[in-house]
Design a protein around this ligand. Structure first.
Ligand code: SAM
Length: 231
């Protein structure tokens, strides 16, 4: 299976790992909110998880510690990332499945699942792909389930080129522990691959699919956790 550019970039895990370790994409605040949402939704009850675009699962694996998991299924197109995920998830005491598969194919093929987690991956799909994603996600959520969507989101009224330019400016002054070539590589990747929607578009798509939005967590204007339920 050939790999799209959105996936090839993430063979450079060391740069992405630096971004995550420095919390430049607010994984820490978002992760705390994910744990709180899972606790509020499931308490001590066992639940199954589908992690779409799981990458190396380095930030999600620790968040799942202490929960009663029925199963964890991760899907990603990068074999290199899945290899790392296998190691990072080895401490979970539940059946694990990791598959090299496109995220839409993974969710379409999935049995009903209690928690769908998709972190910084949905923005790779075009607008109609995101619309299709919400429709399938709504069908695949078990009763009482939750969709946790962490992602970059454009501000309302901010065009995609304006977003790309502003994000690159921001990262050059914020992601200061990266050298210039690493900053350039991220900018090139995001200008060529990242298609974040304005928040109102995502909200409308999810609502049309029958999903209800819970309070949004936005540690920074472009980085958000949007959680949805189907009841
Ligand atoms: C920014 S990384 C996010 C990794 C992890 N979820 C996190 O939050 O740290 C995006 C991941 O999505 C994967 N990806 C991109 N497009 C995909 C697709 N269509 N299907 C499956 N995985 C995809 C990439 O390979 C990469 O691992």
């Amino acid at each position: 299976m050939s790999e799209p550019a959105a996936v090839r970039f993430f063979h450079v895990w060391d740069t992405y790992a630096k971004v995550v370790a420095a919390n430049y994409m607010f994984h820490r605040e978002i992760g705390e909110a994910v744990r709180a949402a899972l606790r509020a939704r499931f308490g001590d009850r066992p639940f199954s998880v589908l992690d779409l675009g799981c990458g190396d699962a380095a930030t999600f694996a620790p968040l799942l510690q202490g929960f009663a998991l029925k199963s964890y299924t991760g899907a990603d197109l990068s074999e290199a990332a899945l290899e790392l995920a296998r190691r990072n998830l080895s401490g979970l005491a539940c059946p694990l499945a990791l598959e090299r598969i496109d995220l839409m194919s993974a969710i379409e093929a999935s049995a009903p699942v209690d928690a769908i987690y998709i972190s910084f991956a949905l923005h790779h799909l075009p607008t109609n792909g995101k619309e299709a994603f919400f429709k399938v996600a709504a069908k695949k959520l078990s009763p009482g389930g939750i969709l946790l969507l962490a992602d970059v989101v454009r501000e309302e009224g901010e065009s995609l080129p304006a977003y790309h330019a502003a994000y690159c400016d921001w990262l050059r002054t914020s992601m200061v522990t990266l050298d210039a070539s690493e900053q350039d590589a991220i900018c090139e990747h995001l200008v060529n691959n990242d298609l974040p929607e304005p928040g109102n578009v995502l909200r409308a798509q999810a609502k049309a699919a029958g999903l209800r939005l819970l309070p949004v967590v936005a540690p920074q204007k472009w980085h958000r956790l949007m959680s949805f339920v189907s009841d």
